[in-house]
Design a protein around this ligand. Structure first.
Ligand code: HEM
Ligand code: HEM
Length: 184
């Protein structure tokens, strides 16, 4: 159970495993697209698909537990800002793998988990090097939304980390320590 004085092991485990994996996937996504590192695509897709299990479990856990209660009372605007950022973080962690699968699937490239195919590549039988899109519109929509949601997620993560550091270094309250497992 999450309480004002401590967060449950499940909250801590899910927060940190998802946080570090998402930061890694964003880094890998930006490297592979900007430097055309095509051999990383399968690793990116596989890890993203595996993460869906943790992301959905976290959403269910938040529905059951609600958001963590703030360690003390703050300025109304700051509380609102933190709430908005938490919502953007949790909703975009759900939408990122969905749009990624939409892009890969509809553009004909398929996806799977480390060689275990979920949706196979749609190649031209006459020319196996040529990938045929299943649906150009959905493929394009998936690509654009995966990219722009990624930028929104980066902005939210920067604000979120800045907020966590502000609590720790300026307010000197235990918000960050509680997320690191400290019992207050
Ligand atoms: C939470 C999970 C994920 C995060 C945070 C994430 C993040 C990113 C980011 C930041 C990029 C670079 C975007 C750009 O500059 O165009 C990217 C690219 C990409 N991602 Fe993901 N991704 C996730 C999951 C997935 C999944 C599950 C798939 C597919 C099954 C996927 C497929 C792709 C593909 C194919 C690209 C390359 C896009 C292009 O070539 O334009 N991603 N991802
Ligand atoms: C490494 C940098 C990070 C730090 C230092 C950090 C710190 C924190 C702290 C201190 C809280 C507790 C806030 C409170 O008590 O109200 C929190 C909650 C939260 N964080 Fe992070 N966080 C980080 C990365 C991330 C990332 C990358 C995501 C999303 C992908 C994320 C998503 C969330 C969410 C949704 C919550 C609300 C509680 C929960 O569902 O676990 N965090 N974070």
């Amino acid at each position: 159970m999450d309480t004002k004085n401590s967060l449950s092991w499940l909250t801590l485990f899910l927060h940190w495993i998802i946080a570090f994996t998402i930061i890694g996937l964003i880094g890998l996504g930006l490297v592979m697209t900007n430097f055309e590192q095509y051999h990383y695509y399968d690793i990116h897709k596989s890890i993203g698909i595996i993460l869906i299990g943790f992301i959905l479990l976290r959403v269910l856990w938040r529905i059951k537990q609600g958001w963590p209660v703030p360690v003390s009372k703050y300025d109304k605007r700051e509380m609102l800002m933190a709430k908005i950022v938490h919502w953007v973080l949790i909703v975009s962690t759900v939408l990122m793998p969905i749009t990624g699968m939409l892009f890969s699937g509809a553009s004909g490239h398929g996806f799977g988990i480390f060689g275990l195919e979920i949706l196979h590549e749609n190649t031209d039988p006459a020319d196996p090097e040529n990938v045929i899109p299943l649906n150009r519109f959905l493929g394009g929509f998936g690509e654009v939304s995966h990219e722009y949601l990624g930028y929104l997620l980066i902005l939210a993560i920067v604000l979120h980390i800045a907020g966590a550091l502000k609590h720790h270094l300026i307010y000197k309250d235990p918000t960050l320590l509680r997320m690191l497992g400290k019992k207050l």
